[in-house]
Ligand binder design. Structure first.
Ligand code: PSU
Ligand code: MN
Length: 303
């Protein structure tokens, strides 16, 4: 038996073949401050419902892997201190020892696939960090995309990463990187970047068909769908770049490494932008949730 618990709403959606969108919890516990983290988590669930799909937020609570959280569980998680950040390497150990932890992109994909959910919306994926040639800091999210059949809808990779190297690794791993309705690869807080996207698609139907086609070919893994932040919410690269440089320098000075790097940089960038980065982050997550719901509906329609 697979050790996971579906919420009643998610179980009912599966039984009646409604579209479902998986949502991660690290963005709640490590990516945004209280209370915006909780408000955003609720707003994301709401937009998924408005678009005709059922949201399934994923986390480990007291050793149990939950797919779909109640409002009470979400509130508790959003306020909890010192919650573990669970990537592929941490998931089983946390469950085995009765721990509580938030799932990253990698472990949310694992849980979603186990639950039969093929579409997952988040903010930005982890990737190759700047200086990775020395630190070897490459997120497990990239390998997960190569092996677990879930389409991940994100606003590209955060510009705190080495984005060209992230795209190179994704290519090496055979992960389709599809930008939505534009030729350039989006840069999280900014809608476009100087980098050309490996692939472009303009409809949820094409994205769904490509995902299903990979499965028919027996290709493992998912797709990264890079959905640009809506123009009215973006912060241009000219403003973000010096701030990212400063935050990255601060992380180095303080010797921040490993799992701490992404949360540290997000907090520092929040401070340096006077909270604007968070507003942009919220806007892009909502935008990704809406697209994910459409892709999930298309996958069901095409089967
Ligand atoms: N993007 C965000 N906020 C986040 C993250 C990504 O806007 O909190 C999280 C995701 O859970 C992602 C993780 O999977 O950071 C990547 O961490 P790492 O580089 O340590 O694998
Ligand atoms: Mn890392």
């Amino acid at each position: 038996m697979i050790p996971l618990v579906l919420s009643p709403e998610v179980a009912a959606a599966k039984a009646s073949r409604q579209p479902i969108v998986a949502l991660e919890s690290t963005i709640i516990t490590h990516g945004m401050p209280w209370p915006q983290n909780y408000e955003t988590a609720l707003a994301v669930e709401e937009i998924v419902r408005d678009m005709g799909a059922i949201p399934a937020t994923i986390a480990v609570l007291d050793g149990t892997l939950h797919v779909g959280l109640t409002d009470e569980q979400l509130t508790t998680l959003a306020q909890a201190k010192n919650v573990a950040k669970l990537s592929r390497a941490d998931l089983a150990a946390c469950m085995a020892t009765g721990g509580t932890g938030a799932t990253t992109v990698a472990s949310t994909m694992i849980a979603a696939a186990l639950a039969g959910i093929r579409v997952f919306a988040t903010g930005g994926i982890g990737g190759v960090h700047k200086g990775a040639e020395l630190s070897f800091d490459i997120s497990a999210d990239l390998q997960e995309l190569a092996q677990t059949p879930v389409a991940v809808i994100a606003a590209g990779a955060k510009a705190i990463l080495d984005v060209p190297k992230t795209l190179e690794v994704l290519e090496t791993l055979g992960v389709p990187v599809i930008s939505y309705r534009q030729d350039s690869f989006p840069a999280f807080w900014s809608a476009s970047s100087p980098l050309k996207s490996p692939l472009r698609m303009d409809t949820p139907a094409d994205i769904a068909r490509a995902h299903l086609m990979r499965a028919k070919l027996g290709l493992p893994g998912g797709q990264l769908v890079a959905n640009p932040i809506p123009a009215q919410h973006e912060i241009p690269p000219s403003e973000m770049n010096p701030i990212i440089a400063e935050a990255t320098a601060n992380a180095e000075e303080l010797g921040v490494t490993g799992k701490e790097v992404t949360p540290f940089l997000l907090r520092r960038i929040f401070d340096l932008t006077g909270g604007r980065s968070l507003q942009a982050n919220i806007a892009l997550v909502l935008n990704n949730a809406a697209l994910a719901a459409q892709i999930a509906a298309e996958m069901l329609a095409q089967e």
